[in-house]
Design a protein. Structure first.
Length: 127
């Protein structure tokens, strides 16, 4: 006796296996990814990991001529840009995985949410 839906179930299982392998690859890529942000003056460069943790900073020697308040602003701007770039990379990778998931759909290139729709904000409250 054969079951009419057995072929579809087997195909779905194969698709899930390939999606799981792709997900594992994207997770590894995500763990290894980082993003940079630079201050407006270009004197401070900050690198953030995918989770937003600041992993390195680079200060041009000319930045030492700045007063402490301005230098602090330079760091803040560079760090914020690095964290925003890292979050964008995370959203990009997650979007790729979800679009390729069984039943997922990929948004059109350059598409934006409809006017008035709410886009979830995954940034922490202190951001």
């Amino acid at each position: 006796m054969t079951f009419p839906g057995l072929d579809r179930i087997e195909a779905l299982a194969r698709n899930l296996d390939s999606w799981q392998r792709e997900l594992a690859g994207k997770m590894t890529e995500l763990e290894d990814s980082s993003a940079e942000g630079m201050s407006d003056s270009g004197l401070v460069r900050v690198t953030a990991a995918a989770d937003g943790t600041i992993v390195s900073t680079e200060v041009n020697a000319r930045a030492m001529r700045l007063d402490s308040y301005t230098l602090a602003e330079e760091f803040t701007v560079a760090a914020k840009r690095a964290q925003e770039a890292a979050a964008a990379r995370v959203r990009e990778l997650v979007g790729e995985v979800m679009a390729d998931a069984p039943g997922g759909s990929r948004p059109a290139e350059g598409s934006r949410p409809a006017a008035g729709s709410q886009v979830p904000d995954d940034r922490p409250d202190w951001y």
